[in-house]
Ligand binder design. Structure first.
Ligand code: FAD
Length: 362
C-alpha cells in the first residue's frame, strides 16, 4: 500500500490511543489536530479528569464487553512492564448494598456487581469477599486486581509514543468534520481519511451533530491521602445520581474521591455541598483513608469536574463517507473511555484499514 495521510481530530484518550495504534503502520502518516491537548484542564476535555481505572460495567455478549476485554491485556502489560506510563495495579473492591437493588446506579452497574461477571476470568484474583471481611452497611462484595491510571502521566506518555512513531500534533478547531480533510491540515497537502474522536463535542461538530451524545457530569475531590486500594459502592443515600468510589493513582497522582453521574448537566464549576458529601461518604466507607480520624484529615489537592461523553446506544465505532471524505468515528465512550480504549481503537483501526484499502481499489 502507498502512503496514506490521516488526520485524527481529538487528543483525548480515544484520539491518542487510536493515533498510537495507527502509527504502528509505517504506511500511515498521521496528524493529530485538536482544540485541547494533554496538559490542558478544561470542561470540554474529559480525559484528564478521569480516575481512571478498569472496572467494567459493560454487559456480557455486547460489543462494549469485547472492547473492554481487549483493553485489559495492554493495560496489564503497561502496569507490569512500563512504569513510565503511569499505570499501576491496585486491589479493587466492589461493595453491594441490598437497598440499592433496582436503583439507577445498581442497574447500570449490574455486571460489575454480579458475582459471575464476564470479566472474572480476565482480571486476576477475582473472588467473592467473605461476610466477615465486609465493612458496616455492606451486604456483599467481590474483589479483584485491577489497574489505576494516572492520567497526568498516561496522556503525555501516549503523546510521546506517537511522536516517536512520527505522528505530528497541532492545535486546531474544526466547525465541520470535513474541514479536517483540507489540504492545509496535513503536511503532505492531502488527506485520505479523518478519524473523529471529538468526545462530547460530536454532538455539535458539523457533519456529525450526534444529538444522542450528552454529558454525564462527574465531580471529584483529589486528595493526598493514600487509600491503599480502590473501591466502588452500588449506591449512596444522597440521591440516585450520586456515587461513591475511591482510587489512588500511580506515581504520586493522589487519590480520587468520587462522585456523581449527572446526566444532561453541563455545569463546569464544582458544587461545594456535593464535595462535602463525596468526602463524607469516602471516609465513612473507608475510615483508613484518614487513619480513622475523620473527614477533616483529608488533605485536598483540588476539586474537579468533568463531563463523560455518554452516547445512547454506546460508543460509536463506524465508518462513513461524508461529503466525499472517509470518516471513521470513535466517540461516545461515556464513563468507560480508558477501560475500553484499546478495544475501541483496535476496532477503529480495522475500519481505517478497510476504508483505505477500499479506496485503493476505487
Ligand atoms: P475527550 O477527552 O473529551 O477529548 C476530546 C478531544 O476532541 C479533545 O482533544 C478536544 O479538544 C477535541 N475536540 C472536540 N471537538 C473538536 C473540534 N471541533 N475541533 C478540534 N478538536 C476538537 N473512564 C474510565 O475508563 N475509567 C474511569 O475510571 C473513568 N473515570 C472518570 C471519572 C470522571 C470524573 C469523568 C469525568 C470521566 C471518567 N471516565 C473514566 C470517562 C473518560 O474520562 C472518558 O470516557 C474519556 O476521557 C473520553 O475521551 P475522549 O477522547 O472520547 O474525549
Amino acid at each position: 500500500m502507498s502512503q496514506k495521510n490521516i488526520v485524527v481530530i481529538g487528543a483525548g484518550v480515544a484520539g491518542l490511543t487510536t493515533a498510537f495504534l495507527l502509527s504502528k503502520n509505517r504506511n500511515y502518516r498521521i496528524v493529530v489536530a485538536a482544540k485541547h491537548m494533554p496538559g490542558d484542564y478544561d470542561i470540554e476535555y474529559a480525559s484528564p479528569w478521569a480516575g481512571a481505572n478498569y472496572m467494567p460495567v459493560s454487559v456480557r455478549g455486547t460489543a462494549a464487553a469485547e472492547w473492554d476485554k481487549n483493553t485489559w491485556p495492554p493495560f496489564e502489560d503497561l502496569a507490569r512492564n512500563h512504569p513510565e506510563a503511569g499505570v499501576h495495579f491496585q486491589e479493587c473492591e466492589i461493595y453491594q448494598r441490598a437497598k440499592d437493588k433496582g436503583s439507577a446506579t445498581a442497574t447500570w452497574f449490574s455486571e460489575l456487581l454480579s458475582t459471575e461477571p464476564w470479566f472474572k476470568d480476565v482480571v486476576p484474583n477475582f473472588r467473592i469477599t467473605s461476610k466477615n471481611e465486609l465493612p458496616p452497611g455492606i451486604d456483599s462484595a467481590t474483589a479483584f486486581t485491577s489497574v489505576c491510571i494516572n492520567t497526568a502521566i498516561y496522556l503525555p506518555w501516549l503523546v510521546s509514543q506517537c511522536l516517536a512513531n512520527g505522528v505530528i500534533f497541532k492545535r486546531a478547531i474544526f466547525k465541520h468534520v470535513t474541514h479536517a480533510a483540507a489540504p492545509s491540515v496535513h503536511p503532505a497537502g492531502s488527506v485520505d481519511l479523518v478519524v473523529n474522536c471529538t468526545g462530547l463535542n460530536a454532538s455539535k461538530l458539523g457533519g456529525v451533530e450526534d444529538k444522542t451524545v450528552v454529558p454525564a457530569r462527574g465531580q471529584i475531590v483529589v486528595v493526598r491521602n493514600d487509600a491503599g486500594k480502590m473501591l466502588d459502592v452500588s449506591g449512596t443515600d444522597d440521591g440516585e445520581d450520586e456515587a461513591c468510589y475511591i482510587m489512588t493513582r500511580a506515581a504520586g497522582g493522589g487519590t480520587i474521591l468520587g462522585g456523581c453521574y449527572q446526566k444532561g448537566n453541563w455545569e463546569s464549576q464544582f458544587d461545594p455541598s456535593l464535595a462535602m458529601r463525596i468526602m463524607k461518604r469516602a471516609v465513612e466507607i473507608h475510615p483508613g483513608l484518614t487513619g480513622g480520624k475523620g473527614i477533616e484529615h483529608l488533605d485536598i489537592i483540588r476539586h474537579g469536574v468533568g463531563l463523560r461523553p455518554v452516547r445512547e446506544g454506546g460508543t460509536r465505532i463506524e465508518k462513513e463517507r461524508i461529503g466525499g471524505t472517509w470518516v471513521v468515528h470513535n466517540y461516545g465512550a461515556g464513563g468507560a473511555g480508558y477501560q475500553s480504549s484499546y478495544g475501541c481503537s483496535q476496532a477503529a483501526v480495522k475500519l481505517v484499514d478497510e476504508a483505505l484499502s477500499a479506496k485503493a481499489k476505487l
